[in-house]
Design a protein around this ligand. Structure first.
Ligand SMILES: [Zn+2]
Length: 236
């Protein structure tokens, strides 16, 4: 129960912090408002946005550019967009910290494992219908670029991945297919449809410029939101 309370409080404060950035475009009833007296019930939303990495875990890097910062910047934009479009969303981190910092009740050997297990656990503690985990790709081959969405073996996850891959392909003028992401802990352990969205390559000069430019970040967030809307429309 303490855990649920802490998550509720996290969501509550996360919403308040971000709410200050929201314009009046979002009607109050559309926001995930949980009054403190409601914190006994399970918080609910449609989309859990996972901003990959955080804290001492920077993710992929290219010079001074860190994946965790890109993931968070786009995750915040996606959060605001979805909520303003009437799709309740929650964001699992609103600042630069590792989820395991807030996860001391887990006994696990590696911090990374704790991070992943906390990410999975969040899906148990917040009622959401899908998990969208935001990441940035890296490879030695500096010519590789473009988005890649990884999905679970389930049809729903594959459909969600196809929808997001399609809208990101339009945004980045690419024609890649999503792929099943078998070795990924998050995809194996989460019951609801989950996808890992590799939004581009930090190792590619053009992609990196796009991924770190706030206007382009908004375009990426809009593309992902539009893919989520398509998926919701098809599965409604
Ligand atoms: Zn990553």
């Amino acid at each position: 129960m303490l855990k649920i309370l802490r998550i509720a409080v996290l969501v509550w404060f996360g919403l308040f912090g971000l709410a200050s950035q929201l314009s009046a475009a979002v009607p109050e009833h559309k926001q995930l408002a949980h009054a403190p007296e409601d914190s006994w019930t399970m918080p609910s939303a449609v989309v859990l946005i996972d901003a990959g990495h955080g804290g001492i875990d920077g993710g992929a890097t290219a010079g001074p550019t860190l994946e965790k910062d890109i993931n968070l910047a786009i995750a915040q934009k996606l959060y605001l967009l979805l909520n303003s479009q009437g799709i309740p969303a929650v964001l699992n981190r609103t600042g630069d910290y590792a989820l395991s910092d807030d996860n001391r009740w887990h006994i696990s050997r590696s911090r990374h494992k704790r991070d992943l297990s906390q990410r999975r656990q969040l899906t148990d503690e917040i009622e959401t219908t899908m998990l969208v985990s935001l990441h940035v790709n890296w490879t030695k081959d500096r010519s590789k670029h473009g988005p890649l969405v990884l999905h679970q073996s389930s049809g729903e996850s594959a459909l969600l991945a196809f929808c997001i891959q399609d809208t990101l392909n339009r945004q980045q003028e690419t024609a890649f297919y999503p792929r099943e992401g078998k070795p990924f802990y998050l995809l194996r352990k989460v019951d609801q449809p989950a996808v890992i969205v590799e939004m581009g390559f930090i190792s590619h000069d053009g992609d990196r410029m796009m991924l770190t430019n706030p206007r382009e970040q908004l375009r990426i967030a809009k593309a992902i939101a539009s893919g989520i809307r398509q998926y919701k429309w098809i599965t409604r």
